[in-house]
Design a protein around this ligand. Structure first.
Ligand code: TGC
Ligand code: FAD
Length: 458
């Protein structure tokens, strides 16, 4: 364990050792039973957690404890970089550098504590992760769909929960406002969402209507000068921290519309969902509407019917298809490095055929997913990607990443279950990713319907 003199006081708060068992200062050995105290001390110089740490606290003014390096190197077996433009590579590399600097050092601690890293929001906004493909005149980054995908890949390489926050903000909140909102709604909300001043949520799922959102019961009635909204949404990412929620509700004729529900409206509450073993660094909750008065100008005028929320899902599912490649890459890269270093029976475990089979299959599947997703990105840029093609990519890539995470975890033996390595966190996160935005089964049925023309949902 190393403790180094800080050269830059400003850097102090950002460098933390997250899993220190012990460390030495001036020849004294410090043992840390409660390992998570260390980052907290590093984040808040003044926090005195126990007498034993007060000396450390004092030292922290002059020293910082070195963060564990993020050694990630992305695999590119089929030279897919050659398919990317200079702008794509620039966006990808800048996002990767951001993740190494801002996400990797903190994420394990936040996930362990099931805390939402809210301080990341303005930083994510700064790199354009909120509304990457929304035009610049509304505060977005004005990038193409491949740049958006690569950004999600790199952010999810850090953590699926952080990518979730970006997906919801960009594709499920900014996109519907941009595509179906009035000019006044766009001008009022999009710049603040793009800059991270406001956080959004997307309410489609209900306690009794998950895979079948068309059955929703949340509804509003026209009261002349306003609408009155009642109902509840469940499993909503960002809900406890959201400033504005795009909520899908039925009118008196049973037609689905999007309404903008804003924090502070009377009767609107967002209780948090606790005890998740997955996506712990993402905040999930409910949206509860008890006679909420919605100003008429908060209705999204541009599109109604189930197709409106489902079209937003197309954009978010597309981002997930890219995002989980990042997770698979991180698991593969970690397992590959470990396999070369870990010696058993006198040689690196990477020299055993069984471990090579795992690695060879991982890189094969990652390569196939990279090619599938790049092609989907080209189609999406040309506005030719179909919903069913997006479903196929979401389903295939999440399944691929989950299988790789499970294999990679085994390759690390006992170490694989600890927070020393990112794999177990990724694996647990993917249990949400394989469920939300349409489950693995639902996407298979969408492909089945597309190729047969026969609807297995009804
Ligand atoms: P169905 O009759 O097939 O369709 C109703 C209308 O919608 C149109 N449509 C689509 N439009 C755009 N994009 C799509 N992907 C579309 N799929 C269907 C369709 O053409 C029709 O239009 P119209 O004009 O004829 O009315 O609807 P259905 O009730 O049979 O349901 C179809 C099904 C099961 C595929 C759909 O309901 C579905 O996808 N269910 C899964 C639900 C889901 O994905 N929920 C996600 C909630 S949000 C979330 O999880 C966010 S997590 C965020 C994070 O943290 O990252
Ligand atoms: P159900 O629909 O009850 O499904 C249960 C099982 O039955 C699944 O295995 C499913 O595949 C299967 N099944 C269902 N119908 C069929 C069928 N016709 N044929 C065969 N099998 C079927 N929702 C939002 O609106 N906004 C959010 O921001 C959001 N964030 C989420 C964050 C997290 C962490 C999680 C876990 C969920 C989130 N969701 C969100 C909800 C998510 O989209 C739903 O959980 C998902 O759509 C599945 O719905 P359900 O959980 O009700 O499962």
């Amino acid at each position: 364990m190393t403790i180094q003199k800080s050269t830059d006081k400003e850097d102090f708060g950002r460098k933390g050792l997250f899993r220190a068992d012990s460390f030495k200062v001036f020849g004294f050995e410090f043992r840390c039973n409660a390992q998570l105290f260390i980052p907290r001390l590093c984040y808040n110089k003044r926090a005195i957690i126990s007498p034993q740490f007060s000396f450390l606290n004092y030292l922290c003014d002059k020293y910082y404890i070195m963060a564990k390096d993020d050694l990630f190197q992305s695999p590119d077996y089929y030279l897919t970089d050659e398919l990317l433009s200079d702008e794509h590579k620039m966006v990808r590399d800048a996002t990767r550098a951001f993740v190494k600097k801002e996400v990797s050092p903190i994420i394990e601690d936040f996930a362990q504590r099931a805390a939402f890293p809210k301080d990341l929001l303005p930083k994510l906004a700064e790199i354009g992760a909120f509304g990457p493909y929304i035009p610049e005149e509304y505060g977005g980054a004005g990038l193409d769909q491949i740049s958006y995908g690569l950004m999600m890949q790199e952010i999810e390489r850090g953590d699926s929960g952080i990518r979730s926050t970006c997906s919801v903000q960009s594709s499920l909140v900014m996109f519907p406002i941009f595509a179906y909102g009035s000019e006044a709604q766009k001008r009022r909300l999009l710049p603040d969402l793009a800059s991270g001043k406001k956080l959004g949520a997307f309410g489609l799922t209900e306690p009794d209507h998950g895979s079948n959102p068309g059955g929703m019961v949340t509804n509003y009635v026209d009261k002349g000068d306003h609408y009155l909204l009642n109902g509840a949404k469940m499993w909503i990412s960002n809900a406890p921290f959201c400033d504005v929620a795009v909520v899908w509700a039925k009118n008196e004729e049973g037609r689905i519309h999007g309404v903008l529900v804003e924090r502070g409206m009377e009767g609107f509450t967002t209780p948090e969902t606790h005890n998740k073993w997955s996506l712990r660094a993402s905040s999930t909750g409910e949206l509860v509407f008890d006679n909420v008065k919605i100003p008429k100008e908060n209705l999204l005028p541009g599109k109604s019917g189930l197709g409106a929320p489902l079209s937003c899902l197309d954009s978010a599912r597309y981002g997930i298809a890219w995002g989980v490649i990042g997770v698979a890459m991180d698991c593969y890269d970690t397992a590959l490095r470990y396999a070369k270093e870990r010696i058993q029976f006198g040689k690196p475990i990477g020299g055993f055929q069984l471990q090579q089979k795992k690695l060879a299959e991982m890189i094969t599947e990652i390569t196939k997913a990279q090619l599938l997703t790049w092609r989907l990105g080209v189609l999406k840029n040309e506005k030719r990607a179909t919903s069913a093609q997006i479903s196929m990519a979401k389903r295939n890539n999440v399944d691929m990443a989950l299988k790789i995470a499970r294999e990679a975890r085994q390759m690390l033996g006992g170490m694989g279950i600890t927070g020393e390595y990112p794999i177990m966190r990724h694996m647990m996160n993917l249990e949400s990713v394989v469920t939300y935005e349409g489950t693995h089964d639902i996407h298979l049925l969408i492909t089945g319907l597309d190729v047969t023309g026969l609807n297995a949902f009804v």
